[in-house]
Write a protein that binds this ligand. Structure first.
Ligand SMILES: CC(C)(COP(=O)(O)OP(=O)(O)OC[C@H]1O[C@@H](n2cnc3c(N)ncnc32)[C@H](O)[C@@H]1OP(=O)(O)O)[C@@H](O)C(=O)NCCC(=O)NCCS
Length: 234
């Protein structure tokens, strides 16, 4: 066993400029457009926040500026040629948008740091992953970021696969190589996804945990199929 806690820290959400700068820098590392929106006293709701975050992400990479429609399972349906991901938590909405291509995937997740206790994580983390959590300086923070990586990976694979129902969280294996996160589809999931090995990029600190999981930025981009969007659900 080796414990390799996430190395970087992010600004707290009460410092939105710093958090936004961090998120945009993460997007640049992925060759992607990053957008972020904050819940505000003026009553920004989920749909408004999603539209703002996606619009900023689209601007950054010259993508069509519209927010995704959704398939019946909640999966976003991006414009042809693009793929991306959205996550909301604690008044923060993040979006990442990158050029699509064969096997190109990306998923994002934001969680409240330490939200998942190790006891709760026992339902969704493998014995090896739990062992890492228990040995970490902050077991709940480690459990939460591991779960967040799984959620981001699920979104990445689900979006590219055209839907992934009934995934066993234990079929998403998270490991740390140095400070890098490696995510593998194992068991039955490995036969359902085109790119069973993904890499992750995480930031933990202050109240928020951010995770991006996908194929590396160098993966080629080319035409991608559109999807049958069934309209915005919210
Ligand atoms: C779908 C799911 C990933 C959403 O995560 P969450 O933490 O509840 O919520 P988040 O705010 O982080 O993400 C919500 C966004 O995920 C995206 N999303 C929803 N369903 C999705 C799906 N089936 N595939 C890919 N992305 C999806 C949407 O963009 C949504 O935001 P939007 O409606 O504003 O566009 C989560 O509910 C889930 O995991 N469901 C299935 C259970 C499962 O198999 N999980 C495997 C994890 S190991």
């Amino acid at each position: 066993m080796s414990v390799r806690p996430p190395r970087a820290r992010i600004a707290a959400p009460d410092d939105p400029d710093a958090l936004a700068a961090t998120w945009r820098a993460i997007g640049a590392r992925w060759g992607a457009g990053a957008g972020i929106a904050f819940g505000s006293p003026d009553g920004s709701d989920r749909r408004t926040a999603r539209a703002a975050a996606v619009s900023e992400a689209a601007d950054a990479v010259g993508a069509p500026p519209r927010a995704p429609e959704h398939e019946a399972d909640g999966r976003p349906c991006w414009p042809a040629g693009w793929t991306g991901s959205v996550s909301h938590r604690a008044g923060v909405t993040i979006a990442l948008l990158r050029r699509a291509g064969p096997g190109v995937a990306v998923g994002v997740d934001v969680e409240e740091t330490g939200a998942l206790s190790v006891a709760e994580a026992a339902l969704v983390l493998s014995p090896a992953e739990l062992e890492d959590c228990r040995a970490a300086a902050d077991p709940a923070a480690h459990a939460t970021v591991t779960w967040s990586v799984k959620e981001a990976a699920f979104k990445a694979w689900s979006t590219v696969a055209g839907g992934l129902a009934g995934v066993d969280p234990l079929d998403i294996a998270v490991d740390w190589v140095g400070y890098e996160v490696v995510v593998a589809a194992v068991g039955p999931l490995a036969r359902r996804v085109a790119t069973p090995a993904l890499v992750g990029d995480v930031r933990v600190g202050g109240p928020l945990t951010l995770a991006v999981v996908g194929t590396p930025a160098s993966r080629g981009a080319s035409a991608a199929r559109g999807c049958s969007g069934v309209g915005d659900r919210r």
